[in-house]
Write a protein that binds this ligand. Structure first.
Ligand code: DLL
Length: 433
């Protein structure tokens, strides 16, 4: 279902005109209200009158997470405090968080953006949405809640955790859609199996998962365990929370809500905008926000734009599912490795569970070393022959060929790697930088 065909299927040139008009307004407003932007624009001698085409956005300065942290908590507020109705903070556990302050109109736009997102995953008024993203300062719970309500679905505001209760509710109320992090979806599936609940027999048949990197093979795993369609949804606190981009029924790239968030892909080293279709860092400008609008925010997320039109009828630009972040890319002896590549390769190996931990350290000769801890399936572990050595070698050789770098594998017993109810932590980097 397309929630808002007028905007989602808009003629591309009409949308560009809309984006340009919104961009000009934004630049004018931010010059007047935010000293950070006024200073940066004065340094470059730019005003909104210099914005004639969308490409002129390149004249504008970037905004980084550090800029936001330095101006914590209200330095990026573009409206009177009395207009703010809700505040959310980034979910990082360390450092100064980044702030997203929403006016009433911002919340309404969030409702719309999330309704489009859940509708992309097939949500309708008939659905019962079990929302297990965390509620609170994290944007996941409230964002999915707003979206489900806007569609007119029935929402179960579970938040994350208390898995036994989640499963009881899922069975009792016949939830049809699941919203949570992909790692929590897998964790719930594991608990269900232990309790003898056959998820495949329940009405749950679709889910919108995001907030952390996950691979195509992890999608297959979730789809198989629940007998459902699993959709990737993307967003970040700085821009709005979830609702920035989402998959449609083709499950082939994420449609960006471009009339609301203007995307660019840049070279993370040089800051230059890359030609359409090249992989680089995703940057967003918020086109309609009132509370904390941002110009050219550097997400550190890596992807590329898909240039082919989508068969679903939406005309919004799609981006490939994320490859990772510029800051979680591991450089191991000069080779770039993303945790999601390791995950993708691992899930295809028979005998393993999709639970793993990557430990990076400096070896005795000061070379970077990765230890990959992998959980082994229970039946494999208790197998008489216990060919664990064979399995370990198999994983090491698959990794070497897929990643072009060798790593050591340590097989661990089922359920030894810590499970996550929210965003999972897959990497421990013990190297001293
Ligand atoms: O994670 C917002 C969200 C909530 C998105 C629920 C989707 C679902 P933050 O906590 O600010 O916001 O974290 C944002 O999480 O820059 C990405 O690096 C990562 N991320 C979000 N969605 C995905 C995804 C929320 N689908 C950061 N795939 C982003 C990979 C994702 N990474």
């Amino acid at each position: 279902m397309i929630f808002n065909p007028e905007y989602e299927c808009m003629d591309v040139n009409t949308r560009k005109k809309l984006q340009l008009a919104r961009l000009k307004n934004l630049v004018e407003k931010l010059y007047e209200t935010i000293s950070f932007y006024r200073k940066k624009m004065d340094e470059r001698s730019i005003t909104s009158r210099d914005i004639h085409t969308l490409a002129d956005i390149e004249k504008l300065p970037f905004t980084t997470k550090d800029d936001m942290r330095e101006n914590f908590p209200y330095g990026f507020l573009a409206c009177p405090k009395s207009m703010i109705e809700e505040i959310h903070l980034s979910s990082g556990t360390t450092g100064i968080p980044v702030v997203d302050a929403y006016t009433r109109k911002d919340v309404e736009i969030w409702c719309e953006a999330m309704a489009r997102t859940l509708a992309g995953g097939g949500c309708t008024q008939e659905d019962t949405v079990q929302n297990c993203y965390g509620y609170g300062l994290f944007t996941g719970g409230p964002g999915a809640h707003y979206g489900a309500r806007t569609i007119g679905a029935n929402v179960l505001p579970m938040s994350s955790g208390n898995t036994e209760r989640q499963l009881m509710v899922m069975e009792a109320f016949g939830s049809t859609m699941l919203t949570c992090t992909p790692s929590y979806a897998l964790y719930m599936a594991e608990e269900a199996r232990e309790r003898g609940i056959d998820l495949k027999k329940l009405p749950i048949c679709k889910g919108c998962f995001g907030a952390e990197p996950w691979s195509e093979n992890m999608r297959k795993e979730i789809e198989a365990r629940y007998n459902m369609k699993a959709y990737d949804i993307y967003g970040l606190t700085e821009i709005i929370g979830p609702g920035v981009a989402f998959e449609c029924e083709t499950q082939d790239g994420l449609h960006i809500n471009e009339d609301l968030f203007y995307p660019e892909i840049i070279d993370p080293e040089t800051g230059q905008v890359l030609p359409e279709g090249e992989k680089g860092e995703l940057v967003f400008t918020t086109l309609t926000k009132e509370g904390t609008p941002l110009i050219r925010y550097r997400t550190r997320d890596i992807t590329y734009f898909i240039t082919e039109p989508c068969s679903c009828g939406r005309t919004t630009r799609k981006m490939h599912r994320l490859f990772g972040r510029t800051d979680d890319m591991l450089i191991i002896r000069g080779v770039n490795v993303f945790p999601s590549q390791i995950e993708h390769a691992l899930i295809e190996i028979e005998g393993t569970e999709p639970h793993y931990l990557i430990i990076v350290d400096r070896g005795p000769s000061h070379l970077d070393e990765i230890e990959l801890q992998v959980e082994v399936k229970q039946d494999f572990f208790s197998d008489e022959t216990k060919d664990l050595e064979g399995l370990r070698h198999r994983i090491e050789s698959v990794m070497r060929s897929k990643l072009q770098v060798g790593l050591k594998v340590k097989l661990v017993e089922p359920k030894t790697i810590e499970r996550s109810m929210g965003k999972s932590k897959r990497v421990i980097d013990r190297r001293e930088i």
